[in-house]
Design a protein around this ligand. Structure first.
Ligand code: ADP
Ligand code: ZN
Length: 206
């Protein structure tokens, strides 16, 4: 007991623990088309069924579908607030919010790591989904940093469109060399380790 409080010695934290309001961070990562948004939306819907107060955010850079929504490739949607930065997200958090959902975490600035920690420290459940690798297979910051602070991690997988194996990569099929190139099946496809190449490649003809 004494040892535990040595790491947890602020009045505020002690109060949270006494009230049973302990927050935590859940991270959902995987390639494109792996079901990250579906999984995020599923968890948010369940929280709402439990009558919890939920706020959902996504970075403004991603305008694939409706601006005020997060959307999966299979058509599931959930209302969300577009924000430019982690600071803007924090400014919109209401004190009675219990669950904070965030999609497309890879498009946030590095400050998102402190932000989710702060939210969890104040007793909130934070669920953040994002791409763990860019189109060349490199770790996509700030997702690695978020993985390291999360209590719970879920890795989702797609199906390789070339061979049907488990896909762990987002193959770019458009010509751009920009790290951020927003698109869906017009610019990317899911591929396995064997079929992935770390540069733009011709799309698979189905
Ligand atoms: P993510 O957020 O990881 O990009 P989504 O949740 O938006 O994924 O979409 C997942 C859905 O995409 C699947 O349920 C399926 O309907 C569809 N889909 C399209 N292509 C593939 C693929 N190659 N592998 C798996 N699912 C795919
Ligand atoms: Zn393959």
């Amino acid at each position: 007991m004494v040892e535990e409080f040595a790491f947890d010695n602020t009045e505020e934290r002690r109060k949270i623990r006494q009230n049973g309001e302990v927050g935590w961070v859940e991270v959902i990562v995987g390639s494109m088309f792996s079901g990250k948004s579906e999984e995020l939306i599923r968890r948010l819907r369940r929280a709402q069924i439990a009558r919890q107060k939920v706020q959902v955010f996504k970075p403004k850079i991603d305008d694939r579908y409706s601006i005020e929504q997060i959307a999966s490739h299979s058509g599931m949607t959930h209302i969300s607030k577009p924000v430019m930065t982690a600071a803007e997200l924090m400014a919109q958090i209401k004190s009675d919010t219990q669950v904070v959902g965030i999609d497309e975490g890879q498009f946030f600035d590095a400050e998102i790591v402190n932000a989710v920690n702060e939210l969890a420290n104040s007793g909130k459940r934070v669920i953040i989904a994002g791409l763990d690798q860019d189109y060349t297979g490199k770790p996509f910051e700030p997702m690695p940093q978020l993985l390291s602070v999360a209590e719970f991690i879920t890795k989702t997988h797609a199906i390789c469109v070339k061979c049907g194996n488990t896909a762990n990569y987002s193959q770019r099929t458009s010509d751009s060399k920009e790290r951020v190139e927003v698109g869906a099946s017009d610019k990317y496809e899911a591929r396995c380790r064997k079929c992935f190449v770390p540069r733009p490649d011709a799309p698979t003809i189905l």
